[in-house]
Write a protein that binds this ligand. Structure first.
Ligand SMILES: Nc1ncnc2c1ncn2[C@@H]1O[C@H](COP(=O)(O)OP(=O)(O)OP(=O)(O)O)[C@@H](O)[C@H]1O
Length: 263
């Protein structure tokens, strides 16, 4: 059963442009990004290193200012951080001196009573499969378990949009595949809208309803490829391989590679 209270709304990114100042010079990073994400949709974002994928997520979560264009959740303009959006980073970023439960409770602030907090934390630890680790400390957990804690912490305020910035990048291959299945299970239970940045094209296809391929700087959303495959997905199926080929050619179309690739 879902523990998400609010129904997700459409996320609309319109004519989004972001320029950084680097060594006194303007560096346009994002150029005319337009993307409409349906409530509960899972979007994967891939693109060359340094093209602005993290910047895009940071703009949606409200951590980055100074842009032109609009980001809206439903009717509301996004102008800063808010509890309707949660973010998970590549490294779990847990407080080492707090227990698992205290780390998850941290995001709840002072609003709920102690008993209410305990209930919410327990629910979310069950959701990520860590109900038995309430009193453990981060150093007593594996990398995958730590990432589950950070996912629970990001979900604890029942966000409408969950932003995942290479959340499995630091994990070994087996744990990564396991976590991909876990995130699908959580997404299907919670029906949260998800934007995932990844460097792994197979991961993007395995997880996403659509894959956004960004260009090199200044980055545009140069193609948006629907992944019309039933779930659970088979990475070796003919259609998965077909979509992988399409994405590879989009991805490498404007990136110089010193080798011939074949798949
Ligand atoms: N706070 C900042 N100030 C100045 N420039 C920045 C800042 N943050 C990011 N940039 C620049 O913006 C560009 C995009 O960075 P970003 O981290 O969004 O890329 P990315 O696609 O997520 O990279 P990667 O795939 O390597 O993680 C880079 O050229 C980076 O130097």
């Amino acid at each position: 059963m879902s523990i998400t209270a609010t129904t997700p709304q459409t996320l609309t990114i319109t004519n989004l442009n972001k320029t950084f100042q680097i060594a006194g010079k303007p560096v346009p990073v994002l150029k005319d990004i337009n993307l409409t994400v349906k409530p509960g949709e899972f979007i994967s974002i891939i693109g060359p290193s340094g093209c602005g994928k993290s910047t895009l997520l940071r703009l949606v979560v409200g951590l980055e200012r100074g842009f032109t264009g609009e980001i809206r959740l439903g009717e509301n303009l996004i102008q800063g951080p808010g509890v309707n959006r949660g973010m998970v980073f590549q490294e779990a970023r847990l407080y080492p001196w707090l227990t698992v439960a205290e780390n998850v409770a941290f995001g709840l602030g002072n609003g709920p009573s102690k008993a209410e907090k305990q209930r919410i934390v327990q629910e979310h630890l069950e959701l990520v499969g860590l109900a038995g680790f309430v009193n453990a400390y981060p150093h007593q957990l594996s990398g995958g378990m730590q990432q589950r804690v950070s996912i629970a912490r990001a979900l604890v305020n029942r966000p409408q949009v969950l932003l995942l910035d290479e959340p499995f990048g630091a994990l070994d291959a087996m744990t990564r595949i396991n976590m991909q299945q876990e995130i699908i299970r959580i997404w299907q239970a919670e029906k949260t809208t998800i934007l995932l940045v990844t460097h792994d094209i197979d991961e993007a296809i395995f997880l996403g309803d659509r894959v956004v391929v960004m260009s090199k700087l200044p980055a545009t959303a140069k193609s948006i490829i629907p992944v019309d495959l039933l779930r659970p997905r088979d990475r070796n199926s003919f259609d998965f391989v077909r979509i992988r080929k399409t994405i590879y050619s989009e991805f490498f179309a404007d990136v110089e590679v010193p080798f011939a690739y074949s798949i």
